[in-house]
Design a protein around this ligand. Structure first.
Ligand code: F6R
Length: 368
């Protein structure tokens, strides 16, 4: 099963092009998205009263949900909230049948997410599960299920399921937008083209970045703590990168919205402190991130920038720069996740950790 790979985590990182191809297959059509699993429920009027969307999940699945939130907001102009499952059970307000609740869970068995599903159903909310496990409890109990087709994920850390969840959220966003707001295919032509190209872009990213990240891990693995900063979708991605570094490398890693460092956390920046700066979004987000990078550089942080191949600015601002291919902004977090997954993997292996089964954690969490 491992083939030439030393660990499941590495194999699953490299499985991502296939996981994405399988997840997109049959769903991306000439001019839009077809989700056969949802069509019957739609035609039966299950979603007719929906006015608000809640995305609910735990851990890495929650981070995929945050990207889904941005995609749904951009395409639907609908209020979309994303909440941790363990919080949703206490913290929901005014739930009723106008709230569509989307639950993301790789395993389909996470107790927190299952409780959140029950809570949503108590209030009559229509529910959609996005899960990697056909026949799982969450999938059986939700009104409809969209499967991510990442294949079995055996390492505790979620990697290929995470990127497949993002792709599935984007399919769902386009599909819903087509139906709810009679979106013209031309309005999302760029996004559809980028989705078609995504598995190949992930392949290129793996090739471009693998050795460079291995080398970076050799100089950062013994750090006590580090920061990841970014804005917008780059910030959401920073949250996932920090989780992976904590979970697999046992490095204290904090994600910060880049503009927030100066409101307190900058006090922790000391000379040589590693800061991973994500600058994969274009426009004003990029320019403002550069200003924030200058702020941490001024305190002599060791800054590693991650950006796209078309950028020629970042290299002059940071100590090291890593380039990844460019795609649609909503899909950049898929490509930019790869260096962060690999960094956690390499740093964890250099530190002698059991990267497939990190301490104190389990793959499927059946307690709340
Ligand atoms: C982190 C990780 C966990 C899971 C979380 C939810 O790498 O794997 O944070 O994402 O426990 O699990 P699922 O998606 O199975 O509900």
């Amino acid at each position: 099963l491992l083939n030439e790979y030393e660990h499941y985590m590495r194999k699953e990182i490299f499985d991502q092009p296939k996981a994405l191809r399988d997840t997109l297959a049959g769903r991306l059509t000439e001019d839009g998205v077809e989700l056969a699993e949802l069509a019957a429920a739609w035609d039966a009027g299950l979603f007719a009263r929906v006015r608000k969307i809640d995305i609910v999940a735990s851990g890495t699945s929650y981070h995929a949900g945050l990207i889904g939130k941005k995609a749904l907001e951009q395409l639907l102009h609908f209020p979309v909230a994303a909440t941790y499952s363990s919080e949703f059970v206490h913290e929901h307000a005014n739930l009723d049948e106008t709230n569509l609740v989307i639950l993301l869970s790789q395993s389909g068995e996470t107790a927190d997410t299952l409780s959140a599903l029950r809570e949503a159903q108590k209030y009559g909310c229509p529910t959609i599960a996005i899960t990697n496990t056909a026949g799982s409890t969450i999938s059986r109990k939700a009104d409809c299920t969209l499967l991510t087709k990442a294949g079995p994920e055996l390492a505790v850390a979620s990697t290929k399921a995470y990127t497949a969840q993002i792709a599935t959220m984007l399919l769902l966003a386009v599909w819903t937008a087509q139906r709810m707001s009679s979106l013209q295919p031309t309005q999302v032509a760029d996004l559809l083209a980028a989705l078609r190209q995504l598995p190949t872009d992930v392949e290129s990213t793996l090739i471009m970045i693998d050795d460079a990240i291995d080398q970076l891990a050799q100089v950062t693995y013994d750090q006590e703590s580090l920061f990841l900063i970014g804005r917008g979708l780059d910030y959401v991605l920073a949250l996932e990168g920090a989780l992976k570094l904590q979970e697999i490398a046992y490095i204290h890693a904090d994600a910060y919205a880049a503009g927030e460092m100066k409101h307190g956390t900058m006090a922790l920046i000391t000379p040589g402190m590693p800061v991973i700066a994500l600058a994969t979004q274009t426009g004003s987000v990029f320019d403002k991130t550069i200003s924030n990078i200058r702020e941490v550089k001024a305190r002599d942080a060791f800054v590693v920038g991650i950006t796209t191949v078309s950028d020629d600015v970042l290299a002059d601002e940071v100590d090291e720069v890593m380039y990844i291919p460019e795609t649609h902004p909503l899909l950049m977090p898929v490509l930019a996740a790869i260096p962060l997954q690999l960094l956690a993997y390499y740093a964890g292996t250099v530190r002698g950790n059991d990267v497939d089964r990190p301490r104190n954690l389990a793959k499927s969490l059946t307690v709340e």
